[in-house]
Each structure stands twice: as structure tokens, then as C-alpha cells.
Design a protein around this ligand. Structure first.
Ligand SMILES: NC(=O)c1ccc[n+]([C@@H]2O[C@H](COP(=O)([O-])OP(=O)(O)OC[C@H]3O[C@@H](n4cnc5c(N)ncnc54)[C@H](O)[C@@H]3O)[C@@H](O)[C@H]2O)c1
Length: 443
């Protein structure tokens, strides 16, 4: 048995190790920064020359990563970036944070993981640890990454002279109370030694690690977390559709249910799912289960309900205009917020895009305002956001609140908008005339 593991553990413990983070996006850049802050020397590898240049100039392009941190780390030569994969040859530890989107057919697209692993295999040396972070279906690390690494490096044996693990990222962009460092991180190794080494690698930078018995378990944990959200959001969106038919105020019902001190967790309805994770990750799981002849029914149903929401809201706009004697065709509709959630500038999978498509197709004249998204260039949609919100509010026939950014002044918007559709209940409802609780008469 060679002493790759001992040497690597010593290097990781001393902080002397050199780390590569592949993919410097919403997940990779914050991770690269916490690794560098923990003492490792970090090189980020990304194919996007703009990101590489920005990092090397000490600039952050992710809201949650402070400009100052990047600048300081770059000045101290603790953080740099490149597009050249040969930099891996100098590294002891590598984390992979590349995208895992869906294909047009709705099937998982793990081509980014495959391409990066093929590159990585060229430079893999004894005594390296590789951790996959990209969200993916259970089995990817063992069935895809490991064979690719082993194929091109016959002389290296996993768990003996190189180490492989999976550790899903839980970052919630825009959140301030939990950070990459403080959010507990699940980690599973291909072998017990892989787990030990990868725990030593991440343990320097992350406060709490949650070890599990295998890479498959770690992959499944992430999918359970995001499926849990998708299904519960699907449920509460369906409750909204039901309340609409019953003539009930869904928010009143949810608020009252949420007073139960146990056994109820509040989820809120809205315009539909968005972002790189919640709408996509459960479909990775249902795809995998289909290959095993099993239909993931909750996932399929939640996805059906959630994807129908933008159409529901577009119809609401049409009906509301209709009630005030205006056809949707030719009416001016202003969408407030196009990011997939509040206080971020990310429009990936944002339901706002579907709402805009739907309304435009029906002949509405669309404008949007979003303090975080100056330009929309997505999926055939090209629009520039309006900058003068007040003027746009006055000009519009109907205003649709899709993303409840904190900077919006809701009372002002309520006063100025001629017709208002609020998909998030961003605007506080008028005080309800509720019956006062009655004291039970004493006998
Ligand atoms: N964004 C989130 O909130 C979040 C949260 C948890 C998990 N995840 C998961 O993490 C992974 C990464 O997501 P993200 O949001 O950071 O994606 P992203 O698109 O923001 O970043 C990915 C980066 O990888 C780079 N890249 C693509 N192909 C590459 C290649 N072959 N070599 C080197 N770099 C390459 C891209 O240029 C980009 O900078 C995904 O699997 C995602 O599901 C994302």
C-alpha cells in the first residue's frame, strides 16, 4: 500500500494543499473563496474567459461573494483563475461545480460532468482527491465519474492512491444567515478512505460535515431536499387553484394553518418554480427511477402543477383586464421582477419568462422592471428592463408582481398601479374583517 493517503492528509491538515475548483459559477466561486480563506491556495478553472479575467482582476460577479474577499485573496496570491486544465497537475484536491441542466427532452444532461472528468483524468496523479459537487442522479459518481477516471489512469486505484467523493452544494443564493462555510455539508466517499480524505479536505473550510455511507446516499440526499421543496410547493400551488374555485383566500387559509405549532410547515404559492435547482433536480431523480421501471409519482405531479402556474397567472391577467373592459390584446402589461426569486439577478427557469411569453403570444404589450436584471436575453426573449418604475406604473394597464424584491415599495406600487396581480402576496392585503375570538361563557 503506498502512502498517498498519509501524505495527502498531512498536506490538507497543514493547509499547504493546492486546490482546483472547476466551474466558477454560483456554487464554485463561493466555494473557491472559502477554501482560499481557510488557507488553501486555490485555482479556479472555468471555460468562460470573462469569469477568469474578472477573478484575476480581483472582481466578484456573484452577489453573495464580496468584492473585498476576492480582491484580498487575489492580492495575497491565494486565489487565481485559468481556463487551462493542465493547472490540475499542480493540485492536491479538486472540486467539480459545473452545471447539470436538462436536455430539451427533459432528460439529465451530464455532459459537463463527463467533459470535465475527461480533462481531469489527463492530469490525475497519485495522492489527489476529487469531489463532485454538481447535483446529479444517484449513481453518477460511481457509474460515470469513477470509470472515466479509472479508464485513463489504469495505474491508479480509487481509495488507495486517489480518492473520490460526492458532496452536494446547499447554497441558497441571496441568503445572509447561512453561508457556504456555516451550512452543514453532506459528504459520501467511494470507499471509507475516500471519505476520510475528503472530510479532511472540506473540514478546513466548512464548519459542519455530515458524512454518509456512500456517494449514492450523498447524491440522493440532495435530491430529497429539493424534491421535498418542489412537492410541497406543488401542493400549496394546487391549494391556491382549489381555493380560487372555492372562492377562498388561499393566503388566509395558509396563514391560519401555519398557526398550528406542530405538524405543519408553511410553504407559499406563487408564479411557479424557478432557478437552477428546484425545477430541475427532482427530474434527475424521476429519470433515474424510470430506468429502473419505477414512476416517481409525486415528482411528476408536482412538476405538472408547478409548470402550469405561469399559464394560470397569465389567464388571471387576461380575466382581470377583461373585467375592467379591456382586452389583453393591445393592453400594456408591466411585470415587476423577472429573477426567479427575490433579491437575486438569476433568471434561469424563472416563471416570469413563461408569463411574459404567454402574455406576449396573446397580444399584450409587455414591459418589465427588475432592479437586478437590466437585460433579458433568454430562450428567444430579448428585452431591456424599464428604468423609470414610476412612469412605467402610470403607463401600464395592468401590473403583475412576479418577484418580490425587497427594494420595491409596495404601498407606492399599490397606489399607482391601475390593476394589480400579485403572484406572491408581496402587497399586504387590506385588514380582513375577522370575527373576534369569543370567550366561552362560564356556567
Ligand atoms: N445555483 C445554485 O443555487 C445551486 C445550489 C446547489 C447546487 N447547485 C448545483 O451546482 C452545480 C453548478 O451550478 P451553478 O449554479 O454554480 O452553475 P453556473 O452556471 O453558475 O456555473 C457553472 C460554471 O461552470 C463553467 N463551466 C461549464 N462547463 C465547464 C467546463 N467544461 N470546464 C470548466 N468550467 C465549465 C461555466 O462557465 C460556469 O461558470 C449544478 O449542478 C447545480 O445544480 C446549484
Amino acid at each position: 500500500m503506498d502512502n498517498s493517503k498519509t501524505r495527502l492528509l498531512e498536506k490538507l491538515a497543514s493547509g499547504d494543499a493546492q486546490v482546483a475548483v472547476i466551474g466558477l459559477g454560483y456554487v464554485g466561486l463561493p466555494l473557491a473563496v472559502v477554501f482560499a480563506e481557510s488557507g488553501y491556495k486555490v485555482i479556479g478553472i472555468d471555460l468562460d474567459p470573462n469569469k477568469v479575467n474578472a477573478i484575476n482582476c480581483g472582481q466578484s460577479y456573484i452577489d453573495d461573494v464580496s468584492q473585498r474577499s476576492v480582491q484580498e485573496l487575489v492580492c495575497q496570491h491565494r486565489l487565481s483563475a485559468t481556463s487551462d486544465f493542465s493547472a490540475i497537475a499542480q493540485c492536491d484536491a479538486i472540486s467539480i461545480c459545473v452545471p447539470t441542466p436538462l436536455r430539451k427532452t427533459g432528460d439529465p444532461d451530464i455532459s459537463y460532468i463527463v467533459s470535465v472528468t475527461e480533462q481531469l483524468a489527463k492530469y490525475l496523479l497519485p495522492g489527489m482527491v476529487v469531489v463532485l459537487e454538481s447535483t446529479t442522479y444517484p449513481g453518477t459518481t460511481m457509474e460515470v465519474v469513477l470509470p472515466l477516471l479509472s479508464k485513463s489512469t489504469h495505474r491508479l486505484k480509487v481509495g488507495e492512491n486517489f480518492f473520490l467523493a460526492f458532496s452536494p452544494e446547499r447554497v441558497d443564493p441571496g441568503r445572509r444567515d447561512w453561508t457556504t462555510r456555516t451550512t452543514p455539508k453532506v459528504i459520501g466517499g467511494v470507499t471509507p478512505d475516500c471519505l476520510e480524505v475528503s472530510r479532511a479536505y472540506y473540514g478546513r473550510a466548512i464548519d459542519t460535515l455530515v458524512p454518509v455511507s456512500s456517494t449514492e446516499a450523498a447524491e440522493m440526499v440532495k435530491l430529497l431536499e429539493n424534491t421535498y421543496r418542489a412537492v410541497n410547493i406543488g401542493l400549496v400551488n394546487e391549494v391556491l387553484l382549489m381555493c380560487d374555485r372555492l372562492g377562498l383566500d388561499v393566503w388566509e387559509v395558509i396563514d391560519a394553518a401555519a398557526t398550528k405549532p406542530f405538524g405543519f410547515m408553511k410553504f407559499t404559492p406563487g408564479p411557479g418554480l424557478g432557478g437552477h435547482c428546484i425545477p430541475i433536480d427532482p427530474l434527475y431523480l424521476s429519470w433515474k427511477l424510470r430506468t429502473l421501471n419505477y414512476t416517481a409519482r409525486f415528482i411528476e405531479l408536482a412538476s405538472e402543477v408547478n409548470t402550469s402556474m405561469p399559464r394560470y397567472w397569465a389567464r388571471k391577467v387576461q380575466d382581470t383586464l377583461n373585467e375592467s373592459g379591456k382586452p389583453l390584446k393591445g393592453s400594456k402589461v408591466l411585470v415587476l421582477g423577472v429573477a426567479y426569486k427575490k433579491d437575486v439577478g438569476d433568471v434561469r427557469e424563472s416563471p416570469a419568462l413563461d408569463i411574459i411569453h404567454e402574455l406576449t403570444q396573446k397580444g399584450a404589450i409587455l414591459k418589465y422592471h427588475d432592479p437586478h436584471v437590466a437585460l433579458l436575453n433568454h430562450d428567444g426573449l430579448q428585452m431591456t428592463g424599464v428604468t423609470d418604475l414610476h412612469e412605467a406604473l402610470y403607463e401600464a394597464d395592468c401590473v403583475v408582481v412576479v418577484t418580490d424584491h425587497s427594494t420595491y415599495e409596495w404601498e407606492d406600487i399599490r397606489k399607482k398601479a391601475p390593476l394589480l396581480i400579485d403572484t406572491r402576496r408581496a402587497i399586504p392585503p387590506p385588514v380582513r374583517k375577522t370575527p373576534q375570538p369569543q370567550a366561552v361563557p362560564q356556567e
